[in-house]
Every structure is written in structure tokens, then in C-alpha cells.
Ligand binder design. Structure first.
Ligand code: ADP
Ligand code: MG
Length: 410
């Protein structure tokens, strides 16, 4: 029969939840381009050393600090030689496992200034000999699902791929090119956020899912060129929606009147989302005039809202009296609205903070590290989506056999 650790509520799970029940933060330092002066060095798997620099036009305090080396610790630090596989294994694999086997929603995002290595981390390098974490995630998801299916499970995967630019959502998987603008709608009563008209395409296996990913990446490049904007100013999100039916042994501590000792068919829903965020550099450094300033302001609005949500969650973790909890401002941007379910404790979140070790990138790197530090202090109760019992006409429980079992989804 199909058994899953999702039903085992024991000490082991408590430990796992504690381990995963906060934003999992890793810092990744990209290689220093030749000829550049480095100010950030990796000091082991948990620390980096930052040589203090005077900020441009920096204040006296910063000037007095110049030249000092400060060590900062993080949950995990990846240096310039870290492989994509190592980064995936620590930052993403545990979330993917929990999402697939435990029915949680998972979000992985890369944060950092333009040039810090976000897109390299997410997508990898052309022709992608060093495939990024999305490719690895897609393969991992299907490998786990196919393994479970061999044991009598049943699954359906859909993928979607969108870009958020200037606070508008563009569907990268629209069939006829040209994209499609989608509205982000919140159903407050049911507590869900939906991106209206966003194409969700079924993928039977990893290769199919990756074909859609590639097509979306191509659309992204073409549209960026046509619209004359840089993709560094847009957020891109690739999402896998997984529905599973599995035969499970009833929970030992649950009353099962009239159900006999047989197995139960359960349905489980989870979402895994990978986000390549827009560059986090300050508007003043890169954008000076007209339309681009407006774009910059809007992109900052999304990133600012994300920072504010993370701040609110941090405050929540420190708060002793629950009623005093600060409300996270999810509605301030489309990005945070779409991430709501992941940031409210329903989901698992991993953040990879990308930094450039060069001297000229000091301010950006410093900001990213501070942000990463704040994010890593967020603690939230991670909750599993419950396995819903499938209704069956006979009153007994239906038991799907293999992949041709009962249809999935609604
Ligand atoms: P971002 O998306 O943050 O603007 P990119 O991912 O485009 O930055 O990285 C900028 C450049 O640095 C690219 O040419 C990329 O290939 C290179 N790069 C970034 N990170 C790494 C890495 N870990 N190893 C090798 N090259 C990297
Ligand atoms: Mg990029």
C-alpha cells in the first residue's frame, strides 16, 4: 500500500517542522570577475567576511569603519565554487520533499541586485550545462511523484509561468505570443488568491514541464526586447501545481467507524513556486528620468512590500501577546498578494540572497545581506495541507489503482 510520512504526526515531524518552519535563508556569493577588487569572502559554510567600505558620500560613522572586516553568520553560505546541485540540495530539496509528500506550498525566491547571480541561480547559464534550481526542482518533483505512483499513487501536475512588470502580470505561456495580461484576484472569504486567466498547462513528465519552461523563457526574452525593457526590472514566477491521490493507511489514532481496516484514498494539493525577483538595487542609482523612474518606483513597491511583509512576520515572531501581532501588508503589491499563502504560515519559504563580492557593489551587497539577516529571523508555524478524504458512492473509500484511478482536480 501507499504510505506517506504526511500522516505520521510524531516527534520526528515536529523536528522537521521546526527545521523548515521559517524562511530558509542562504547567501550565495558569485565569482569575482577578474580584475575587480573583492570585499566579500566566504568564511566557512555559515559565515562571510565583509570588508567595510565607505558608502558613496557615506557618513562619518561609515568612514570610521572603513577597512574593518566584519564577520556575519547565516544559516548557510555558498561561495563562488559552490555548484548548482549543492545550492539546490540545501535550499530547495527539503521544501520540494515536504511539498510533494506533505502537501505544503513552497516558495523559493532569489533576491539581490542586478548582476549578483539571481538568474544564474534560478535558470542557469546558456546552454545550461550548469542547470539552475528550477530545472532541478522540476526533475525532483516528477521523480518523487513517479516513485510514489509505482506504489499505487496517482498524480497530476500543471505548470504556469508569469512575469510581473510594472505591477501588471504577463502570462508567459499564452499560446499565441504577445503574452496576456492577467488580474490578481483575492477571494477573501475562501482565503485564496487567484491569477485570473493565467494559463496552467498540464505536464505529464519532467521533459514536458521543462519544454514549457523553455518556451516561457524564450517569450520572456522576445517580449523584453520588443518592449525595450530589461528583464532585470521584472519578477518572474514559475509554478508547479501538484494534485495527488494516494492510498494511505488510516491514521492509527483516528476513529474510523465503519471504514474497516482498509486503505483510504486521499487527495493532496500543493504548489511549488520559483521566483526570480527584479534587481533590488536602489532606484536612485540606476533610474533617473521619466518612465523608467516610474517603473523603478513600482518595482520597488513590490520589493518594498515584500520587505514590509517579512518585517511584519519578524515582529510577529518576537511578539509574546498574539493580539498585538502586526498585520503583514500583503495587499500593497501584486507580488506579495500572490505570495500571501506562502508567507502567512501555510507554506515553506526559501530565500537565496545573491551577492556580488566586488568593491563597487558594496552598498548593494550590504543591503542584501541585511535583508537576508532579517528574513532569517522569521519564524512561522508551517502547516500541512490536510489530506482530504475522497468521497465514494458506496460510502466506503475509493482506492485508486495506478495512474488510471479517479480523476483529479476540479
Ligand atoms: P542577476 O540575474 O542577479 O542580474 P545574473 O544571474 O545574470 O545576475 O549574473 C550575472 C553574470 O554573472 C552572468 O553572466 C552569470 O553567468 C554570472 N554568474 C552569476 N553567478 C554565477 C556563479 N555562481 N557562477 C558562475 N557565473 C555566475
Ligand atoms: Mg537576472
Amino acid at each position: 500500500y501507499f504510505s506517506t510520512p504526511a500522516l505520521a504526526v510524531d516527534a520526528e515531524e515536529a523536528v522537521a517542522t521546526d527545521r523548515l518552519g521559517h524562511i530558509r535563508v542562504a547567501v550565495r556569493v558569485r565569482p569575482l570577475p577578474s580584475g575587480e577588487d573583492g570585499i566579500i569572502e566566504v568564511a566557512g559554510s555559515n559565515a562571510i567576511a565583509v570588508k567595510k567600505e565607505a558608502a558613496t558620500g557615506g557618513n562619518e560613522h561609515l568612514r570610521s569603519q572603513q577597512g574593518r572586516v566584519e564577520e556575519r553568520s547565516f544559516d548557510r553560505v555558498f561561495g563562488p565554487l559552490a555548484t548548482q546541485a549543492e545550492v539546490y540540495d540545501w535550499t530547495c530539496a527539503p521544501l520540494v520533499e515536504e511539498a510533494v509528500s506533505g502537501g505544503k506550498n513552497a516558495t523559493v525566491f532569489v533576491y539581490g541586485a542586478t548582476g549578483a547571480g539571481k538568474t544564474y541561480t534560478m535558470f542557469g547559464d546558456a546552454p545550461r550545462a550548469q542547470q539552475g534550481v528550477i530545472f532541478r526542482g522540476v526533475r525532483d518533483v516528477f521523480q518523487r511523484l513517479e516513485g510514489a505512483a509505482d506504489d499505487g499513487g496517482n498524480f497530476q501536475v500543471k505548470v504556469s509561468f508569469l512575469e510581473l512588470y510594472n505591477e501588471s502580470v504577463n502570462d508567459l505561456l499564452q499560446e499565441h505570443g504577445g503574452g496576456g495580461l492577467c488580474k490578481v484576484l483575492e477571494d477573501e472569504r475562501r482565503g485564496i488568491v487567484k491569477v485570473q486567466h493565467l494559463r496552467e498547462v498540464e505536464a505529464k513528465n519532467a521533459d514536458e514541464a521543462l519544454q514549457h519552461l523553455e518556451a516561457g523563457m524564450l517569450a520572456r526574452t522576445v517580449e523584453a526586447t520588443a518592449a525595450n525593457f530589461q528583464s532585470s526590472r521584472a519578477h518572474a514566477a514559475f509554478t508547479l501545481t501538484v494534485e495527488r491521490v494516494a492510498r494511505v493507511q488510516p491514521e492509527p489514532n483516528r476513529m474510523s467507524f465503519g471504514r474497516g481496516a482498509g486503505q483510504e484514498a486521499r487527495q493532496l494539493h500543493s504548489r511549488i513556486c520559483f521566483i526570480d525577483l527584479a534587481g533590488s538595487e536602489r532606484a536612485k542609482a540606476t533610474l533617473n528620468h521619466g518612465a523608467s523612474l516610474k517603473d523603478g518606483a513600482r518595482i520597488n513597491q513590490s520589493l518594498l512590500a515584500l520587505a514590509n511583509c517579512i518585517d511584519a512576520l519578524t515582529a510577529r515572531g518576537r511578539e509574546k501577546v498574539p493580539t498585538l501581532r502586526k498585520k503583514a501588508p500583503y495587499r500593497d503589491s501584486k507580488l506579495t498578494l500572490m505570495l500571501k499563502s506562502s508567507l502567512t504560515g501555510d507554506g515553506l519559504v526559501a530565500m537565496i540572497a545573491n551577492v556580488h563580492p566586488g568593491r563597487t557593489h558594496f552598498e548593494d551587497s550590504n543591503n542584501t545581506l541585511e535583508y537576508a539577516k532579517r528574513a532569517s529571523s522569521v519564524r512561522q508555524p508551517a502547516r500541512r495541507n490536510s489530506w482530504a478524504l475522497l468521497p465514494s458512492p458506496t460510502g466506503a473509500c475509493s482506492t485508486p489503482h495506478g495512474r488510471s484511478g479517479p480523476s483529479l482536480g476540479t
